[in-house]
Design a protein around this ligand. Structure first.
Ligand code: SF4
Ligand code: ZN
Length: 518
């Protein structure tokens, strides 16, 4: 683009922005004041040429038509003629896809839609059933919100899903700006852009937006660009194509620019290409034949330009920039696998239910206790003994408690270490006094709404038991696979563990018998 044309376009865009900025919302105006930064007067970060926008749409949609993955929710969005079911189906998929990868979601989605094909079916389910279905997907509040939303649709909206982006946003719990826009465009054909993590990356690279991608100025700029670009004839396909491009071509690391259908519209690609040409010409001592890199005219004060210097090695990955991540909170939780002899000699496990709000709300777990600070092994055992005695309304002795090992589970914001003990009870000690506590057989436990952390603890117990079995056969003790045993505890407890082997072996025998039966 010639400098003259570029300057003209910049002037034109500046004029347009003056018109736009004449009627900003109060919220936007306040944000701009807070940021104390002028809005970008450069067209560098926007799509200002209608012909360019048309071409980009057609290239992207052409690529999507050929390359898109067939996914169950995409199929439903096209084949389901009932608007209410279609909206429900896309809503479920969008909630499942938040924070979870497509490959993981497919199976859960198919099972969910088979069991609850309509919003009415979901509203009639219990939260327990929903949690059970959601087990393993993580971020459990999502399932709960879907359930709450379905009940609201049935009880307050006469069973009709909202028909507009605004309605979805205001009437469904857990539906934010992105989800409302995605469901609205895909299921209802509403003309709106939709900006998720993939789209943020694509747009930041296309328009060389390098400021903190979570800042209000960047967020507003991205939504504005997405609304400019979206195809009014096929808004759902367009938004899905942008997401697909971000997931498969314009990936966080190693983007496949050579296969990108919108490469010629990409400012960051152009910038990298020109810089590379310049560098190789300089090396050869030749004058540059390429035009100057078009750049933001207000880069010093622009709220969308990067504040950090260009990193040659990163190339297009200079965009987008994220703020430094906070390190996860470190937590330590004491947990105990309590076993009693059940009917017909089938062992049963004590589970307690988590509170209905907060992390892993409403899920079942082995009795657990969050530790403030790490304390001695003896003290930890004493604490657990008191807690389990309280749940059972009996007095247990600490010597019954066996240290099993440690399990690490990473949540998005918590680095959790479960310190696992086990205890095997006799018949008389097993009446639960606490509400929200129940005994489950191993097979019922596998079906129950439990978190991934609980599954890892079961795996640890399996692993320790099979090691013990091998040891008893081979006569030599080995460190259990996949466990992070406390060395001191292990050494000092060796004697006690050996003495308890007969009790622990029956747990192993049970696990094995379940495996053989299934
Ligand atoms: Fe992303 Fe590269 Fe395509 Fe630009 S050219 S949009 S950086 S894949
Ligand atoms: Zn800029």
């Amino acid at each position: 683009m010639s400098r003259l044309r570029s300057a003209m376009l910049k002037g034109k865009r500046a004029g347009l922005e003056m018109v736009e900025s004449a009627k900003p919302t109060r919220k936007r105006a306040k944000k701009a004041e807070t940021l104390n930064a002028p809005s970008p007067s450069s067209s560098y970060h926007t799509f200002h040429d209608p012909a360019d926008v048309l071409l980009l749409r057609s290239r992207l949609l052409g690529w999507y038509h050929k390359e898109k993955r067939e996914l169950p929710w995409r199929t439903l969005a096209v084949t389901e003629s009932d608007l209410n079911i279609r909206t429900y189906a896309v809503w479920v998929s969008e909630i499942m896809l938040q924070q979870t990868q497509v490959v993981t979601v497919i199976d859960y989605y198919n099972k969910w839609m088979k069991r609850w094909p309509t919003v009415q079916d979901l509203s009639a389910a219990t939260l327990e059933e929903v949690n059970q279905m959601w087990a393993g997907l993580g971020y459990y509040s999502r399932g709960r919100r879907l359930h709450e939303g379905a009940q609201k649709v049935v009880s307050e909206l006469r069973g009709q899903m909202p028909h507009t982006v605004d309605g979805l946003l205001k009437q469904l719990p857990g539906v934010g700006r992105y989800t409302a826009a995605a469901v609205g465009s895909i299921a209802l054909g509403q003309v709106t852009g939709a900006v998720d993590g993939n789209v943020i990356r694509v747009l930041c690279r296309l328009r060389a937006i390098g400021a903190d991608s979570t800042s209000p100025a960047v967020t507003e700029a991205l939504w504005s660009q997405a609304n400019t670009l979206v195809d009014p004839e096929r808004p759902g396909d367009f938004n899905q194509a942008m997401m697909e491009l971000g997931a498969r071509v314009c990936t966080p690391k190693g983007p496949l620019c050579s296969r990108c259908p919108v490469q010629s519209h990409c400012r960051s690609f152009h910038k990298v290409h020109v810089k590379q040409e310049e560098n190789s010409r300089k090396l050869l001592g030749k004058p540059s034949t390429l035009p100057d890199i078009e750049d933001c005219v207000n880069s010093e004060t622009c709220p969308l330009c990067p504040s950090e210097p260009w990193d040659e090695e990163l190339g297009v990955q200079n965009f987008p920039r994220k703020p430094a991540k906070k390190p996860p909170r470190v937590e330590r939780t004491l947990t105990c696998v309590v076993i009693r002899p059940g009917e017909e000699r089938e062992d049963e496990y004590l589970l307690t239910q988590r509170p209905n709000k907060g992390l892993l709300a409403g899920l079942w777990e082995f009795p657990s206790l969050l530790q403030g600070e790490k304390s001695s092994a003896m003290k930890e055992k004493k604490t657990l003994c008191t807690q389990i005695s309280g749940i059972l309304g009996t007095h247990l002795t600490e010597s019954l408690f066996q240290y099993v090992g440690e399990v690490v589970h990473i949540f998005s914001h918590i680095h959790q270490t479960y310190v696992v003990h086990s205890v095997r009870l006799k018949d008389g000690d097993t009446q639960t006094q606490a509400e929200n506590a129940q005994w489950l057989t191993r097979s019922a436990l596998q079906e129950a709404a439990v978190s991934t952390g609980v599954k890892k603890i079961v795996k640890l117990c399996d692993s320790v038991d099979s090691q013990k079995e091998q040891t008893s056969k081979g006569g030599k003790r080995q460190k259990p696979i996949g466990t992070k045993n406390n060395k001191n505890q292990q050494t000092s407890k060796k004697q006690k563990l050996s003495a308890a082997d007969s009790r622990q072996l029956s747990l192993s025998a049970f696990f094995n018998s379940v495996k053989q039966e299934s």
